[in-house]
Design a protein around this ligand. Sequence first.
Ligand code: HEC
Ligand code: HEC
Length: 213
Amino acid sequence: MNIFHRMTLTAASLCLAITSAYALDGDAEAGEQAAAMCVACHQSDGSGMNIPGGESWPSIAGLNAEYLYKQKIDVVDQSRNSPTMMPFLSMLDDQQYKDVAVYYSQLPAKQGAFDPEATEEELAHGKKLATEGDWDRYIVPCSSCHGPDNLGAGKSFPRLAGQHAGYIADQLHAWQSGKRNNDPQHLMLAIAERLNEQDIRAVSQWLSRQPAK
Ligand code: HEC
Ligand code: HEC
C-alpha cells in the first residue's frame, strides 16, 4: 500500500470517527439557545463548578453526545436520582435535549477543580487504582473501561480525566447508596461498592488532575 492509499484510509476513518461522535440527531446551534437554562450551573463553556463543601456541578463540555442524552433519560425516569437536575431536564422536550447534548459535546473539554492539599501518598494510591487497579480486592483499573488515560471510550464510558474531584467522589457515593442506579449491567456499582473512603478520595483527586484533553 502506498502512502496515498494510507492517507485516504486515515481520512476515511477519521470521518467515520467524527460522524459517530455526533451520531445523535441534534442541532448544535439550536442547542446553544436551549442551553441558556443550564449555564447557571454548568457555565457557558460547559466547565461546571465545584462548590467547596457543597454540590459539584459536572464539567459536561466535550462529553459524548449519546452519553449526555442517556443521562437525561435516566434523570427523568429517576434511575439516576437528581432533585437538582430534574426540574431543568423536564423542561426540555426530546429534540431540544438532543440539540443541547450535541452542543455540549462539541465544546472543548475543560479542566476541573481539585483539593490542592491532597498528599503525594494519596495521589500515588489514586493513580494505582485508576491505571492498575487492585486485583486482590477485585478492583479493575478505571482505564480498562474509561479508556486509555481515562479520556472516555465511545458513548458508554464517560471521560473522567480532568473532571471535578468533588463530582467524581459524589457519583461513587451515589452508586454506593443506590441514588445512581443507571449503569448498564451494574458495571459501576461493582467497582464503587469495593472502594472505601480513602480509595474514593485518592482516585477522584488523581483523576481530576489528569489532562482533560
Ligand atoms: C441548579 C444547577 C443545575 C442546572 C441549572 C443544570 N444542572 Fe445539570 N447537573 C447539576 C448537578 C448538581 C449534576 C450532578 C447530578 C448528580 O449528582 O447526579 C448535574 C448533572 C448533569 C449531567 C450529567 C453529567 C455527567 O457527566 O453524567 C448532564 C448531562 C447535565 N447535568 C445537563 C444539564 C443540562 C442540559 C441543563 C440545562 C437544561 C442542566 N444540566 C442544568 C446541576 C445543574
Ligand atoms: C467495568 C467497566 C468500568 C470500570 C472498570 C469503571 N467504570 Fe466508571 N463507569 C462505567 C460506566 C458504564 C459508566 C456510565 C454509567 C452511565 O451510563 O451513566 C461509568 C461512569 C462513571 C462515573 C460517572 C461519570 C459522569 O460523568 O457522571 C464515574 C465518576 C466513574 N465511572 C468512576 C470510575 C472510577 C473512579 C473507576 C475506577 C476505580 C471506574 N469508574 C471504573 C464503567 C466502568
